[in-house]
Design a protein around this ligand. Sequence first.
Ligand code: HEC
Length: 299
Amino acid sequence: MVLIALLAFFVASNTPRTLAQEAPPKKVTTPDAEAILTTTAVFELFESKCNDCHGAHLTRPKGKFGYIMDLKRVAENDEYVVSGDAPKSELFRLVNEDEMPGKEAKCGAATTAEKLALRAWIQIGAPSELPGPLESRQAALLEAKAAIVKEVKPTESFVEKTIAWVGRFHAATTHFPIALLMVALLSETLAWWTRKDTWLTCTRFLLVLGASSAVATATLGWCNAYAGVSQVYQIHKWLGTATAAWALMCVGAAIFYECREGTPERNRLRGAMFLGAVLVSTTGFLGGAIVYGLDHYNW
Ligand code: HEC
């Protein structure tokens, strides 16, 4: 009797548990719908604020990350997403701290709602299932690549690739025109201060080197197939080109006019060299700003 009573007790106390265990399949439909909603929100965030720079349609996606609309692949990259742990996910950190989309992005930073959606998406395991209509949109966004790759691959010839590769030395060579044109100005100041002709020779030497390295740097800049669209980049590009042209004019003036100390030509050259130093520093600053941002020197 006691055994039967015990058995009955166990069966009774076990039954609710089995029910509870069977319950999840019923409940799963709700989180599923929620998951799809969250995934949709993240899809829309990625499409509106990331795809321009990280889309599959780009031949040179930013940060070499060009599959933002491929949610599954994004979720599987554990450098970006730690499934179930948003705070540890680089992707969430970048968006949450407004590093992405960059400050220069036209679309503006992600909204709080978008950040929350991204967070929730990672917390629930970064699912990739999308509602039907979005799935076809996703397919179209991802397919853009196939079309472009087919078009671009054959045209990016060996020569083009080499030019783009050589262009990468742009950042390294910028140091030369910046330093040389500044030191040329220093040498010119010493010429004016000491009235010694040797400094004039020195100025000419520095100007020749400075101007030729400015031209080389500007040329490498044009070779550098940087796909930037920001205003800072545009200004940098044209100011850099103007600086190279200006430095060439200065060197021409210094060589062909052989202008002596005290002549109006010499004073004009001095003014021109001063402007050149301003131009080259501004260009250099903007070049740095492309990488580090305009607020790089903020205290
Ligand atoms: C205006 C262009 C732009 C937009 C828009 C943009 N990014 Fe980026 N992203 C970049 C650039 C440039 C880099 C490379 C930065 C670097 O390496 O310092 C980058 C790098 C990244 C990286 C790191 C890639 C790696 O492996 O180093 C991630 C992740 C990323 N972005 C995510 C996003 C997300 C998510 C969004 C949308 C919310 C977004 N980005 C929007 C320009 C952009």
